[in-house]
Write a protein that binds this ligand. Structure first.
Ligand code: EPU
Length: 339
């Protein structure tokens, strides 16, 4: 196990923001994960599990604890008759998982193509895009409980997936080492999401999971910043889930506001629409951080921006949204406390 101290975290994140890790340990095997967890416990230091750093805002003051940088990437696909089981290390890159599924013609995650991050991060966050979510393909996760060092298997029922959250997000003491996914050999493709439906209407034939993945990547490339000089972590806020009564009054006030009724009677609304049509904030900047011109839910930081700059813009946006709509928005990007 390779233990380093005072390691800059900014280069390990897509925001390219943040200070130093007191202790940094790259994790290549389950044994290394166990040793790292034991080291943090012995020294009484908090633990933070870093994947590809694509959904995290690290404070300028860094992390005064042990960062486990997940590099466990081995992957196997096993035939189970009607479906296949893909089992991979938590540090496997999500794009590699999607590619492996597509190469084998397996269904279930093709709409989630192009999302930066790791397999472990996909579970923590229950990633979702273009009408699909991670939760339905999850079979189980092997975890280490960092408070006891015990190994456990978390089943689908225990994982408590919901919109951009899970047991793993609520219980940061659980360090995921391996994840199994159930992928179907035959299934219909999901192309109802507006952006995808448009492509189908334009005459592009989508026949396989690989076809869908290709189109989704092209759509994402148009919507998300890819510049090397700018940092981002994708959608910075969650789409708000509000009561039917509030949704009805907002639609009356702001005709055209799209609404997505949920099974539990609540209504999800696109915050991007509020930022765009209600508040006209596309491209709105505060110092080196701004709302991306093509998708205002995405925050973009210029090189050299600090976490305090992001916080300043984010707090400003929260206040403006609340003033206009009475909605208290929440961050989607994970923020770790400096401690
Ligand atoms: N919209 C506007 N103006 C804009 C952009 C969007 O009015 O400039 C409105 C449109 O009505 C559009 C709606 O907002 O139909 C939704 O926009 P979009 O399809 O771009 O998706 P989103 O709700 O803003 C969510 C996820 C993304 C995911 C996309 C695509 C969250 C927080 N974000 O964004 O996930 O890629 O859907 O499915 O749920 C992420 O989590 O980091 C992320 C990028």
């Amino acid at each position: 196990m390779n233990v380093e101290t005072s390691v800059p975290l900014a280069p390990l994140t897509t925001f390219r923001i943040g200070g130093l890790a007191r202790v940094y340990i790259p994790i290549h095997t389950e044994e290394e994960a166990e040793s790292a967890v034991a080291l943090a416990r012995d020294r009484g230091l908090p633990l933070f599990v870093l994947g590809a750093g694509s959904n995290i805002l690290i404070p300028d003051s860094g992390f005064d604890g042990v960062v486990l940088h997940m590099q466990m990437r081995e992957m196997t696909i096993e035939d189970r008759g009607e479906h296949a089981e893909l089992i991979a290390g938590a540090g496997a890159l999500w794009e590699d998982v999607v590619d492996a599924a597509c190469v084998h013609g397996l269904h279930g995650i093709e709409n989630l193509a192009g999302i930066p991050g790791t397999l472990g991060g996909a579970a923590v966050q229950n990633i979702g895009a273009y009408g699909a979510e991670f939760a339905p393909v999850f079979a189980y996760a092997d975890v280490l409980d960092s408070t006891t060092g015990a190994k456990r298997r978390i089943t689908k029922e225990e994982a408590l997936f919901a919109y951009r959250t899970s047991t793993f997000k609520q219980h940061s003491e659980l360090v995921i080492t391996r994840i199994a996914l159930t992928l179907k050999k035959n299934a219909s493709l999901h192309t109802q999401y507006a952006d995808l439906a448009q492509v189908v209407e334009s005459g592009v034939a989508l026949a396989t999971p690989a076809d869908v993945a290709k189109v989704v990547r092209a759509i994402r490339a148009r919507k998300f910043p890819a510049g090397k000089d700018e940092g981002t972590a994708g959608s910075f806020f969650k789409n708000p889930i509000i009561t039917q009564a509030l949704a009805a009054s907002l639609v009356e006030q702001f005709p055209g506001l799209p609404t997505f009724p949920l099974e539990n009677g609540m209504v999800k609304i696109p915050l991007a629409w509020i930022l765009d049509h209600v508040l006209s904030l596309k491209g709105y900047a505060k110092g080196p951080v701004r709302l991306y011109e093509k998708q205002p839910l995405v925050l973009v930081a210029q090189a050299g921006a600090r976490s305090a700059d992001v916080d300043a813009l984010a707090n400003d946006i929260c206040a403006r949204v609340y003033e206009a709509t009475q909605i208290t928005i929440e961050r989607e990007v994970e923020t770790i406390s400096a401690r």
